[in-house]
Design a protein around this ligand. Structure first.
Ligand code: ACM
Length: 595
């Protein structure tokens, strides 16, 4: 279909959408584009929302302006629960940040925003019944109930449910800053500024604990219309319980052997309260315990095995293990994480039905409103596709090609993952510096996993304004260079491609003289001097290796040894950054034959 005033666009929506979306609603749609018309048909408004996003993805510009290729698409999701968790406790995210991420979620057909609203570091919702939560535990950064309603409506218009999480009985220091009587140890509490797992936990033995939870959950159950209510339940280390003789006595009296049994006892009481207020309880995999009713949902973060265990025991589950965006892993890794493979592969068909889907998780220790989009997008789109599409759709080259297009689309939708990178380089380097800084930054990635925790003494007040906070989690340049290296070593690359590799290597080798004046007198950039030096060494080795390979493959043994030792050093983290060219240059050097 081309830009043509005679063309028609018909949307047929068989039934209105529901006021409150529910899990498992029909989300299917049919989209047909011919040379004269577009037809979008759906059983309800959810399919219309999804079909419109597919149509937007198909728009291309051509000689006659915008057009859409002729297609006939019949589409529906594989899993009914496709979520994104956003943690707003570790770093608060204003409403506008949540809204633009909901726009991104709509674009890739996620249908659940899991809003992690309380943790040790903050309590982010206004309570009218228990106002000390926002007064004592938010440091002024919380959502009013009017704002919560606004976000829920905004999400609903985009086919997205909003599931709140209030983490308990651990990860709950912020509760105690407001209501210390909830804690297992008497004393005064303040919100945490550090990261990690802390000892304070709710006192599961006092009736007053459940009275307060009943009040609070009752209030939140009417504020958040979704059927599901997440109670956290993760990482309770039991230390506060073990220290309290009264709690130990209670355990003995109730024949609760371990602290985990006590947590299950607490969860049972909690589940009754959640249910009384009309909701279904959801929690992290630590809540899995045979004493809990089968209606609860278990969210697996510690591995796929807990998801399989839950399904075998008759519980429904969600996969988040493998989908942690904060760990800075490449999109390919998240994309490869299949909910119904690995530990869950042997489940019966009935057990597999209990796996509802999964959620990408954006934990917020190392994100700010400025850089969060770049941590979520575009990688979350790979998770969204995994949860929507057939498991056979898993070609990585195709995924990355489409991710590139989606990444641009997401920026049009209002996300700032690419523009913020450019702006941060400008802020860090001044108006003359960004180019040389970008040459270096483009081949770096932040350290992976929980390595930042060990690198420095971070807390919630530490400015996140260094290069590690500015660059994308995944270097596209390094991935392209790695593909070229693989083809070269398989003797499948063309001369033109080898020229491209040389040009890049020369650019990296020669970058230091332009970059150093930028780094030298800048407190935030000085730490990159070794990274810049290393890039020169790595690129020089790469060029030399290419020369040796072109001349028959033999290289002096001492040169090889020296380069491999240098690459081992330069492959290590520097300023919490990894040089992602190193593995490719290692392959090139290793491919030479010692003479
Ligand atoms: C978690 O990451 N502790 C759920």
């Amino acid at each position: 279909l081309q830009n043509d005033s005679a063309a028609t666009f018909t949307i047929t929506c068989a039934a209105p959408g529901s006021n409150v979306q529910s899990l498992g609603e029909d989300e299917s749609y049919r989209l047909e584009v011919t040379s004269t018309a577009i037809h979008l048909d759906a059983p309800n408004s959810l399919g219309v929302v999804h079909g419109l996003q597919t149509l937007l993805q198909l728009v291309q510009v051509g000689p006659q302006g915008f057009g859409v290729p002729a297609v006939a698409i019949k589409d529906q999701p594989r899993f009914p629960w496709r979520g994104l968790l956003i943690d707003v406790a570790r770093h608060f995210m204003p409403v506008e940040v949540i809204k633009r991420n909901l726009d991104g979620m709509e674009a890739v057909k996620f249908n659940v925003l899991h809003w992690h609203l309380s943790d040790d570091q903050g309590f982010r919702v206004e309570s009218k019944k228990l106002p000390k939560f926002q007064q004592m535990s938010s440091e002024g950064m919380y959502y009013t109930q009017a704002e919560i309603k606004e976000v829920i409506e905004y999400a609903h218009d985009r086919g997205i449910r909003v599931v709140p999480e209030f983490d308990m009985p651990g990860h709950a220091t912020s509760w105690f800053a407001a209501y210390p009587e909830l804690a297992s140890e008497a004393g005064t509490y303040q919100v945490e500024h550090k990261w990690g797992v802390f000892n304070p936990a709710m006192d599961p033995t006092r009736e007053e604990t459940y009275q307060l939870l009943d009040d609070f959950i009752g209030e939140m159950a009417s504020l958040f219309p979704d059927q599901y209510f997440h109670i956290g339940g993760d990482e309770v280390n039991g230390k506060a319980w073990s220290k309290n003789p009264k709690i130990q006595e209670f355990k003995t009296g109730h024949e609760l052997r371990k602290n985990h049994d006590l947590q299950a006892w607490f969860n049972k009481r909690l589940q009754e309260i959640v249910k009384k207020h009309g909701k279904t309880m959801l929690g992290w995999d630590e809540i899995l315990h045979p004493d809990l009713p089968k209606e609860i949902v278990v969210q697996s973060w510690r591995g796929q095995k807990s998801l399989a265990d839950a399904a075998r025991q008759g519980y429904r589950g969600l996969l988040s293990s493998g989908y942690y965006l904060d760990l800075m892993e490449p999109a390919s890794q998240h994309y490869a994480m299949e909910p119904l493979a690995g530990a869950t592969a042997d489940l019966t068909a009935e057990e597999k039905q209990r796996i509802l889907g999964g959620e990408a998780c954006m934990w917020a220790e190392y994100v700010t409103p400025a850089n969060i989009d770049g941590r979520i997008w575009p990688r979350a789109a790979a998770v969204a596709e995994r949860l929507w599409s057939a498991p056979e759709v898993r070609d990585l080259d195709s995924m990355y090609a489409r991710l590139k297009k989606i990444s641009a689309d997401l920026e049009w939708a209002g996300l700032t993952h690419r523009s913020n990178y450019r702006l941060m380089l400008e802020i860090l380097s001044g108006p003359n510096g960004p180019h040389a800084l970008k040459v270096l930054a483009d081949v770096l990635e932040p350290v992976k996993g929980y390595a930042r925790e060990k690198a420095r003494d971070y807390n919630s007040l530490t400015p996140l304004n260094r290069l590690v906070d500015s660059i994308p989690p995944e270097s596209d340049v390094a991935r392209d260079f790695a593909s070229m290296t693989t083809r070269l070593l398989a003797h499948a690359s063309i001369a033109e491609e080898q020229d491209t590799m040389r040009k890049w290597l020369a650019t990296w080798r020669d970058n230091a003289p332009q970059l150093w004046p930028v780094l030298k007198n800048n407190a935030l950039l000085q730490e990159l001097v070794p990274s810049s030096q290393n890039l020169t060494s790595v690129a020089t080795a790469g060029l030399q290796a290419l020369d040796y390979l072109r001349a028959g493959g033999h290289a002096p043994a001492t040169w090889r040894e020296q380069q491999l030792a240098m690459l081992e050093q330069t492959g290590k983290a520097q300023a919490e950054l990894l040089n992602m060219i190193v593995p490719s240059v290692q392959k090139l050097v290793t491919a030479t034959k010692p003479e």
